[in-house]
Design a protein around this ligand. Structure first.
Ligand code: ZN
Length: 302
């Protein structure tokens, strides 16, 4: 085994320079899954009124509370909305847009893409796009794969539809340009997509989601969650990273959890040198840097 430079296809993402005066960035993102994620993974759950009410709490109570917190801090955020959520709660989605936040794509019925062929995936993308267009008149520039489960074809399918960025991958904690037309998928359209990486530790699902028969994880204390996220924000600031928090309104909309979000946004702003912006704005900035695109390579099983 010898050391040395990584081959071109395996270069890690490099640190980037943030806009003047900032040493790191933070973005607060909200995945408005509502019923869709549960209906897709467990279709019979639609007959379970209790489970469905747990999910509808998101758009009905969570989103208005989140909008209020963001408004008080003067912060704009990104809301990833499945098409089915948009059609079921059109007024909620219009409120998000009217408040100046970014609306982004999150599938139609929060479809898992594991093992899905590019044609089927393209169908989900187009149906989701149509729903956001019909309900809110918005053509999103950002995408997040449901369950953070993109395929190797996803970047190409997104580029073909004019998306600027994806926020579903975990091989970095700074933004980078992802070369389009790697392994698998539809014909290459060339070019690149901005990738804004995420991670399970900055997601409220693993902390708070308990659903009988569906996701029977322990419900964690918001105090523990706050400590975890604060530590990560502080350390990512030191390293010049992008802190991307992913929250679900049906989870973080609850009283003590929304208080955690409130304080966390306050902390990010109080640093004074952390750029707090919607993901679309961050992606737009990254695109101006002219970074050399990285290639993601599908491993071959020996
Ligand atoms: Zn989701």
């Amino acid at each position: 085994m010898t050391g040395g430079r990584a081959p071109a296809g395996a270069r890690p993402a490099e640190p980037i320079s943030w806009p003047e005066g900032y040493r790191a960035a933070a973005s607060f993102s909200f995945d408005v899954d509502a019923e869709s994620a549960i209906l897709y993974s467990s279709p019979g759950s639609g007959r379970r009124a209790g489970v469905m009410s747990h999910q509808s709490y998101g758009p009905l109570v969570g989103v208005p509370r989140i909008l209020d917190v963001l408004h008080r801090h003067g912060v704009r955020a990104t809301f990833f909305v499945p098409g089915y959520t948009a059609e079921r709660y059109p007024w909620v989605v219009r409120d998000i847009v009217a408040a100046g936040h970014e609306l982004a794509h999150h599938g139609y019925l929060h479809e898992s893409l594991e093992g899905v062929d590019p044609e089927t995936e393209a169908g989900y993308l187009d149906r989701g796009l149509q729903a956001l267009e019909d309900v809110a008149g918005v053509r999103p520039v950002g995408y997040r794969a449901p369950m953070w489960e993109p395929t190797w074809a996803t970047p190409t399918l997104l580029a073909e539809r004019g998306f600027l960025y994806d926020s579903s991958l975990m091989d970095a904690d700074v933004p980078y340009e992802l070369k389009v037309g790697g392994s698998g998928g539809a014909a290459s359209s060339g070019g690149s997509l901005v990738e804004l990486p995420i991670h399970w530790s900055l997601d409220d699902w693993e902390q708070y989601c308990f659903l009988p028969g569906i996701n029977e994880a322990a419900i964690e204390s918001p105090a523990k969650v706050e400590e975890m996220w604060r530590l990560e924000l502080a350390a990512m600031r030191e390293l010049g990273c992008l802190f991307t928090l992913t929250n679900h309104p049906f989870l973080t909309g609850r009283a003590s959890r929304i208080a955690v979000l409130d304080r966390l946004i306050g902390s990010a702003l109080a640093y004074g040198d952390v750029w707090v912006a919607p993901l679309g704005e961050i992606a737009g900035y990254v695109r101006t840097l002219g970074l050399t695109p990285r290639t993601l390579t599908e491993p071959t099983v020996p």
